[in-house]
Design a protein around this ligand. Structure first.
Ligand code: PEP
Ligand code: CO
Length: 463
């Protein structure tokens, strides 16, 4: 249900009729409940507006250029991370493990596919969630649903479930801490990750692909040693492991407060994240989220799944990227294994007919969620893989380039998705089920998926 928010005070610098970070305020908005304390909201908004930016416009433009390479078929996008980051999980092991699994996945892909990989984490800001129901009942009491730590608390308490503006400041701080550590790790401290002999693959010994992994690790190792011997300074310090950040632009107050103009560039930048995306449930073309996103320079993901209107998607792409800039729009399809054959071919044809230069990415997670008989939310590794395979096949038959995957995953050994070569079953889900929201691939399932994505990609695109 769409809710209209009370207006915030606009800065007098904005001209009437011109886009500005709050022009969405006049539009219908989905998935963001009103804040009960509007004065507090105003105070927090003004505080956030003047805090230093988390990232720079240079980095955003660099990512856009890399995504332009993806849309031209010269690189591959790996986007992944938690469904919902939580404030409690802002700690060293979680951040290290996520960076580690994404880097390892990207090395597998680079090695197997022979193409550059652009890494984008769902990290340092992925704190807000769309929900299918506004309310839930706990112990006979009706309360607002949990919508991510950016908005309210998961605690099943009526008060704690009210949207609290202070959470935006906490989110900003946690994102800054996360990013600070990520930058430090990618700059210097993570050289061991280039060394696959330290990948700790032992626990994968039962995996049907173990032999292939082992061989691959061996040959990556050889390549790394060779590179180190010819360019020791550049390689030893791992000086540029590029890792970009992304989140769903859902709580527009958070994103708008960090949307700024920068010197010597035109336009506005959301400086809270390199890339943001529009969720499947917030993409109505005339509503607030599309209005906000049309004004920023960052690369934008558009999630497309059922139900959707093909013409509306075309108009949305046009609205968000009227200049048809390459690297600006990433279409992230998430139809589910049951719908993908029916929905995807027509969408590809329609977008290509318009000549839009988009990156096509596949999110095989969100259309394949189900609840077990014990009501545990899960996904089956085989369904995820089957949607990926079907998506690759459809793009191939349309002579189109599938340039990316979007996965919910963690570097930890959680038990949230069933299947994979080690055959986690429903009974095993309870062992280490941590997610507050959607089930993620664990460390081993993620590496296996990277390997299988590379195999699929090679079927059609290997040069
Ligand atoms: C998500 O990416 O966590 C999500 C909610 O996705 P979608 O908007 O595709 O449902
Ligand atoms: Co999710």
């Amino acid at each position: 249900m769409a809710i209209k928010l009370p207006p915030l005070k606009k800065s007098s610098k904005f001209n009437q009729g011109e886009w500005h970070p709050l022009s969405w305020i006049d539009h219908e908005i989905n998935q963001l409940p009103p804040y009960p304390d509007v004065n507090e909201l105003q105070k927090v908004y003004d505080e956030l507006r003047f805090l230093p930016p988390l990232i720079t416009s240079w980095e955003i433009e660099a990512l856009k250029q890399k995504l332009a390479e993806v849309s031209a078929g010269n690189a591959f996008l790996l986007q992944g991370g938690d469904c919902a980051e939580t404030f409690n999980a802002c700690n060293a092991p979680k951040i290290v493990n996520l960076l580690k699994v994404l880097l390892q996945m990207s090395f597998i892909m680079i090695h197997e596919m022979g193409t550059p990989v652009v890494r984008v984490g769902r990290i340092a800001g992925q704190y807000a969630k769309p929900r299918s129901k506004d309310y839930e009942e706990v112990g006979g009491e009706k309360m607002l649903n949990y919508r991510g730590d950016l908005i309210n608390s998961i605690e099943p308490d009526k008060e704690a479930r009210q949207p609290d503006p202070q959470r935006m400041v906490t989110a900003y701080n946690k994102a800054a801490l996360t990013l600070n550590f990520l930058r430090a790790l990618s700059d210097e401290g993570f050289a061991d990750l280039q060394h696959p002999e330290q990948w700790e693959l032992d626990f994968m010994k039962n995996n049907v692909y173990y032999k292939e992994y082992e061989q691959m690790v061996h040959s990556i190792n050889k390549a790394v040693s060779f590179m180190e011997s010819i360019t020791p300074n550049q390689f030893n310090t791992l000086h540029k492991v590029d890792m970009y950040t992304s989140h769903e632009a859902l709580n527009l107050y958070y994103d708008a407060a960090q949307t700024r103009r920068v010197p010597r560039r035109t336009g506005w930048y959301n400086l809270s994240s390199h890339m943001v995306w529009l969720g499947n449930r917030t993409r109505s073309i005339d509503n607030a989220h599309a209005e906000y996103l049309k004004g920023i320079q960052n690369p934008i993901g558009i999630k497309v799944g059922p139900p959707f209107d093909r013409d509306e998607i075309l108009r949305l792409i046009q609205k968000l990227n009227p200049a048809h800039e390459a690297g600006k729009i990433v279409i992230i399809t998430r139809f589910g294994i049951k719908e993908v054959e029916k929905d995807l071919p027509g969408l590809i044809k329609a977008v290509n007919r318009e000549g839009f230069p988009v990156v096509w990415s596949c999110d095989p997670m969100h259309g394949n969620t189900f609840a077990t008989t014990e009501n545990v939310k899960t996904r089956n590794f085989d369904d995820i893989l089957d949607e990926l395979k079907a998506t690759f096949a459809i793009h191939r038959s349309e002579a189109n380039y599938l340039g990316g995957v979007h996965l919910e995953l963690t570097g930890d050994n959680v038990t949230e998705c069933v299947g994979g070569a080690n055959g986690l079953n429903e009974a095993g889900l309870k062992r280490n089920y941590e997610t507050y929201c959607d089930p993620r691939l664990n460390y081993e399932q993620s590496l296996e998926m990277a390997f299988l994505v590379a195999k699929e990609w090679n079927e059609g695109y290997k040069r």
